[in-house]
Design a protein around this ligand. Structure first.
Ligand code: KG4
Ligand code: ZN
Length: 331
């Protein structure tokens, strides 16, 4: 089954074609990132206007690679995301659905991030129950995946998402104005030794729940910067270590408590090298299989949307296909 995926939840405009949920046959991605660099963050109005500029050329490029009439269904991100951006993808999906007489499948953006794993590994190797950490610029969620289509939300951040904390700290450190997570991580890697080890808090690490909080960590990093005593690299290293400590500790606790057979990561922050390495060590210690998405599929893209739609196939009526910016993973 060939599914065309469309993703327009934020500042990426993407379209992919995926066969049977696992085999990518077309991948196109455009980004309005450079416009948001100027303003130091996404301006939703600008993101939506760029979605309008990009959506037709992106779809044209996909259809230059894969004939339109070979598509069996159209999948589109329904939410969470920016309302103006979501509308563009959803209306394009509806138009294609009418034009091609094919069903349209709405996909939860967080679920799409999880399916980067099913494109990066042989799907049958991923066994359930699985604990999934979805960690991005907008979300930090722990999910118990009992099977395809059977997900239980375990916890999430109470304030900033982990990626947001990386981005804001990168800005405070003067590393990047927008999406500084990867750059902060590169600065941290310059440190041979974490001389500030234990200086920053590990928020909620000891709490017996699966929720997170990152705004205090970011504020504590700001105070360290204001002291003016430590290098950018040293603070970046301790910030990253603290964030990774919390993410790994809570994920491993959930995996252990729910007797999970697999641990999966998803979302832009899943590209973080120390997070991947630490999770690998801890999962190995517990004897649980760890699945990491390919780096290029960690961020927002449309292949994951098409894959998620294949494994959770539930076409919808047009009347129900509205954007839902606050969509969450429910039981
Ligand atoms: O999933 P994504 O592309 O968009 C959202 O849905 O939010 O995630 C983007 C987030 C940004 O906060 C970005 O700084 C972060 O992922 N990110 C990283 C790394 N690469 C991207 N954070 C830490 N380390 C990285 N290597
Ligand atoms: Zn995302």
């Amino acid at each position: 089954m060939r599914i065309l995926g469309i993703e327009t939840s934020c500042d990426e405009t993407a379209a992919s074609v995926v066969e049977d949920g696992t085999k990518e046959i077309a991948f196109v991605l455009a980004s309005s990132k450079e416009f948001h660099e100027k303003t130091g963050g996404v301006v939703p109005e600008i993101a939506a206007r760029k979605q309008l500029d990009f959506i037709v050329p992106v779809l044209d490029e996909v259809f230059a690679q894969v004939p339109k009439n070979s598509i069996d269904a159209i999948a589109v991100t329904q939410g969470p995301g920016l309302i103006g951006s979501l509308i563009v993808g959803i209306e394009a999906a509806k138009a294609l659905s009418l034009g091609l007489s094919k069903p349209v499948i709405p996909v939860n953006h967080l679920v799409a991030h999880i399916y980067a794993n099913f494109l990066s590994h042989a799907a049958e190797e991923i066994t359930f129950p699985a604990v999934v950490l979805v960690v991005s610029g907008g979300h930090t969620d722990l999910v118990l995946m009992l099977d395809h289509g059977r997900m239980r939300h375990l916890g999430s951040t109470l304030d900033d998402a982990a990626g947001e904390a990386f981005d804001k700290t990168a800005r405070i450190l003067g590393i990047a104005d927008y999406l500084g997570g990867a750059k902060l991580s590169r600065a941290a890697a310059e440190c041979k030794e974490n001389i500030l080890s234990g200086t920053l808090p590990r928020p909620m690490i000891g709490r017996d729940n699966y929720d997170f909080s990152f705004s205090g960590l970011k504020t504590a990093a700001k105070r360290l910067v204001e002291k003016g005593e430590y290098s950018v690299e040293a603070i970046a290293c301790e910030f990253e270590t603290a964030a990774v400590d919390v993410l790994v500790s809570k994920t491993i606790r959930a995996a252990s408590n729910y007797n999970s057979e697999s641990i999966l990561l998803g979302g832009g922050v899943a590209a973080n090298t120390p997070l991947r390495k630490r999770m690998e060590i801890e999962a190995q210690n517990l004897g649980i299989d760890l699945f990491l998405p390919d780096i290029r599929l960690c961020g927002d893209n449309a292949s994951t949307v098409a894959s998620a739609a294949f494994f959770n196939n539930s076409p919808t009526e047009f009347a129900n296909l509205n954007p839902d910016p606050s969509l969450t993973i429910t039981d």
